[in-house]
Design a protein around this ligand. Structure first.
Ligand SMILES: Cc1ncc(COP(=O)(O)O)c(C=O)c1O
Length: 392
């Protein structure tokens, strides 16, 4: 049974609870292991004949609360928390794929996701390829005899192109394939891929879910059957588990998710509208702009555009560095989705390990800059950008 009410009500409900000691905020069960009243009870819990906690790598009450909260918000049956977004991505893909399989990916993926795809190819002969996935024909043409999974980022990091989740899911399911969507940039507040047909949704919870720049975490949600299988396979045995304290921080951060996202989105709209008018700025990308097909996808599957903006400063990489170095309020840092605005240069930072030709194919030019708009007042962000651009 999902939570009820409007978004802010649901967020406060799903992130509290546990009801331990009648506490209002969730209990932080900071323990590595759990005691058994008897040896027989321990054996029965291991055998799955008795419910109860065993060891925090297998499950923990605070982590469970976080998993249930995000599953509820995404409209999924169950969730599985990981130590990082990459833990969730690698744990999911390794669970779904075998040697000889192929994974079809959206045209661009996060830099470390690209690194992990390379790793799977080299170490396990699990192949991958990329496609814009823009039409039924294009998706069908890109699916091969060994394809098992379609892996989608939308908006794509950092070009912010959109992929039609409903279309991809329909074609994938007709071919018997699973669809995995990285929903990090959107959060369930702005986009719910499960309701569009996706089988598994992944988050780097480090970003908007946590929201305060103080935790590294990941989560996957999907059917109860799939999550349980992953719980006792790749998560248990690879062991990229979330610490109870980090789960507690996430539950705290998520209470204000909708409030923060509304503010992030408004700030991003203000900043993007200002940036587009600047003569030394070009190629401003923001999901609310772009061709009619992209806008049709956005209206259908997204509640709002998110708060990431990509652009170039005239003069390329050097001009971009000079501009970033002059910023005072906006911080130079990778990551995104924090209350503070963060700016980075994908070609030398998040996507530095992607070979230059691949980067060009993904649309990541050497001068591209990505701004994650925080919750600061728009006029202060614009003033900072203005003084930093003034020198160019
Ligand atoms: C879209 C996306 N997915 C996954 C990740 C990886 O998440 P983490 O850094 O929590 O491992 C990131 C990190 O920036 C990301 O931007």
């Amino acid at each position: 049974m999902g939570s009820k009410g409007g978004w802010n009500t649901r967020l406060t409900q799903v992130t509290s609870g546990g009801n331990a000691y009648d506490s209002l905020s969730p209990p932080l069960v900071q323990t590595s292991t759990f005691t058994f009243p008897t040896a027989e009870c321990g054996g029965a819990r291991f055998a799955g004949e008795q419910t109860g906690y065993v060891y925090t790598r297998l499950g923990n009450p605070t982590v469970d609360l976080f998993e249930r909260a995000i599953a509820d918000l995404e409209g999924a049956e169950d969730g599985l928390a990981f130590a990082s977004g990459m833990g969730a991505i690698s744990g999911t893909l390794l669970h779904l794929l075998r040697t000889g399989d192929h994974v079809l990916c959206s045209e661009g993926v996060y830099g470390s996701t690209y690194g992990f795809l390379q790793w799977m190819q080299e170490h396990a002969q699990i192949a991958h390829s990329f496609s814009p996935l823009a039409s039924e024909q294009e998706i069908c043409d890109a699916i091969g005899p060994t394809t098992k999974v379609i892996y989608v980022e939308t908006p794509i990091n950092p070009t912010l192109d959109l992929v039609d989740i409903e279309l991809v899911s329909r074609v994938a399911h007709a071919h018997g394939l699973m669809v995995v969507v990285d929903n990090t940039f959107m959060t369930p507040y702005l986009q719910k891929p499960i309701t569009q047909g996706a089988d598994i949704v992944i988050h780097s919870a480090t970003k908007y879910l946590g929201g305060h720049g103080d935790v590294i975490a990941g989560v996957a949600v999907g059917s109860q059957e799939l999550m349980q299988a992953m719980r006792i396979s790749t998560r248990k045995d690879i062991g990229a588990v979330l610490s109870p304290f980090d789960a507690w921080l996430l539950l705290r951060g998520m209470k204000t998710l909708a409030l923060r996202m509304d503010r992030h989105v408004q700030g991003a709209r203000d900043v993007a509208a200002w940036l587009i008018d600047q003569p030394v700025v070009s190629g401003v990308r923001f999901p609310e702009w772009g061709d009619e097909r992209q806008q049709e996808i956005r209206r259908r599957q997204m509640r709002g555009p998110g708060a990431l903006i990509s652009f170039e400063v005239e003069g390329g990489f050097e001009a971009g560095c000079r501009f970033m170095n002059r910023l005072q309020l906006i911080k130079i840092a990778v990551s995104l989705g924090d209350v503070q605005s963060l700016i980075q240069h994908p070609a030398s930072m998040t996507h530095c390990l992607v070979p230059p030709l691949e980067r060009m194919r993904m649309g990541i030019t050497d001068g591209l800059i990505r701004l994650s708009v925080g919750i600061e007042d728009s006029e202060d962000l614009i003033a900072d950008l203005q003084q930093a651009l003034a020198g160019e």
